[in-house]
Design a protein around this ligand. Structure first.
Ligand code: SAH
Length: 392
């Protein structure tokens, strides 16, 4: 009798083709035979019995298997994880020269599916975002300690995707203790990250180089819309005359004020407001800005909300464009995965057209080195940005 191996999953021909094409996921619909064991690393075979490699098995997820290794003999232990993490960490060496807050592991893009590891100085903040990965937590902690020697590791496992994996949502220290606020440095600017309860893992690390870039162009009256804890504002304030940092969150702005003080910057004012309303009022007041940053939260959380999200993006961009002084520059971004690069550009063109201004597309921006966007894995890319100059 043919007894199925509990630690082997069998996938359809379509699933195997996707895998061979460089995409690391096998969806539930492409599983011909599920492993009978618990969540964790398993071998994956195609329907003819050919071994495809090793993957993380998540029994209750839409994404059944996530590729770990195309070597079917790979042993997924602490030293396997340590090798992957060390490789990812080495790739970040150029970033580490000018910042001590950066992403060490960007999940699938670094061959560590559903694992996020962010460094804040001597501390690490991790997210284990699938059931298969969570089963490897002991080995991963051991590997992180061995390859990165942190003072402490915090798990920000409160992300909603964990619910879909049948996992509890919680924030817990895995190694040592991690402070509520960690002072980090980014290209000469210091700021406080909030690993326990801040957005993402405590800061928006993905905009680091974009902040430096627009900071280098800033001048005159500057506006940082959706400022969070002031990260763009701090860079703008180094060369602009005055910066308005605007956000709807009081607690974010409180930290923004601490961050300005930390950098001895006295030319930043903080405004708690709804950006949509404030931009409209600023236009009515006839205000003009030489430098504007628009870094809103993801308006499109799902494919279904793309149309309404585009309306929102267009509205704030149109309003910001109207506030641009002659010769002024705008850095505008979208971090919605569902807003593709072409959709983002189309939205900007529509806003420019409605504004009736001559606007130069100076630069298209994307993700930094520590958040690699892998061409065969579109899900690893989400951040788009553009620098626009008012030519009229
Ligand atoms: N630019 C920041 C990240 C911004 S995250 C950085 O580089 O660190 C998005 C921010 O938008 C959050 O701080 C959130 O509080 C704020 N926000 C969300 N909706 C808003 C609204 N309608 N008006 C103003 N701020 C808003």
């Amino acid at each position: 009798m043919n007894v199925p191996d509990p630690a082997v999953g069998i996938v359809s021909a379509a699933g195997a083709r996707r895998w061979d094409g460089g995409h690391p996921w096998i969806f539930r619909g492409d599983v011909r035979q599920a492993p009978t064991g618990e969540a964790g690393p398993v071998a994956v075979h195609d329907a003819r019995g050919k071994p495809l490699g090793m993957a993380l098995w998540s029994p209750s997820s839409e994404i059944a298997f996530r590729r770990l290794d195309i070597d079917p003999d790979a042993h997924i232990d602490a030293s396997w994880w340590a090798a992957r993490i060390a490789r990812a960490s080495e790739r970040r060496d150029p970033v580490a020269v000018s910042s001590n807050a950066y992403r060490v592991v960007h999940a699938e893009a670094d061959g560590c599916p559903s694992l996020i590891v962010d460094r804040y100085g001597a501390y690490l903040v991790v997210q284990l975002l699938s059931a298969g990965l969570d089963a490897c937590r002991t080995e991963i902690i051991e590997a992180l300690v061995e390859s990165l020697a942190p003072d402490g590791i915090l798990a920000r496992n409160d992300a909603s995707v964990r619910g879909r994996e049948g996992l509890p949502r919680l924030v817990e220290a895995l190694v040592g203790t991690v402070p509520r606020e960690i002072a980090v440095e980014e290209h000469g600017v210091r700021y406080l990250a909030a690993p326990h309860d801040g957005q993402k893992t405590g800061a928006f690390l993905d905009q680091r180089e974009n902040r430096v870039r627009i900071g280098s162009m800033a001048r005159g009256e500057a506006l940082d819309c959706f400022s969070y804890h002031g990260s763009f504002a701090l860079h703008l304030a180094r060369t602009a005359e005055r910066v308005t940092a605007l956000d709807s969150s009081e607690s974010a702005l409180t930290r923004a004020a601490s961050n300005a003080a930390l950098n001895h910057l006295t030319n930043v004012r903080f405004v708690e407001a709804n950006a949509f309303e404030w931009l409209r009022d600023a236009e009515r007041r006839g205000e003009r800005y030489e430098t504007i940053v628009l870094d809103p939260p993801a308006f499109a959380k799902s494919r279904a909300s793309v149309t309404s999200a585009l309306r929102g993006y267009k509205e704030i961009n149109l309003r910001a464009i109207r506030l641009l002084a002659s010769g002024g520059v705008l850095f505008t971004a979208s971090c919605s995965y569902h807003i593709t690069k072409p959709l983002f550009l189309e939205m900007l063109q529509a806003a420019a057209s409605d504004a009736g201004r001559r606007l130069a597309l100076v630069e298209l921006r994307g993700q930094p080195l520590d958040h690699p966007e892998v061409l065969t894995i579109p899900e690893t890319g989400y951040l788009k940005g553009a620098i626009i100059e008012a030519m009229d």
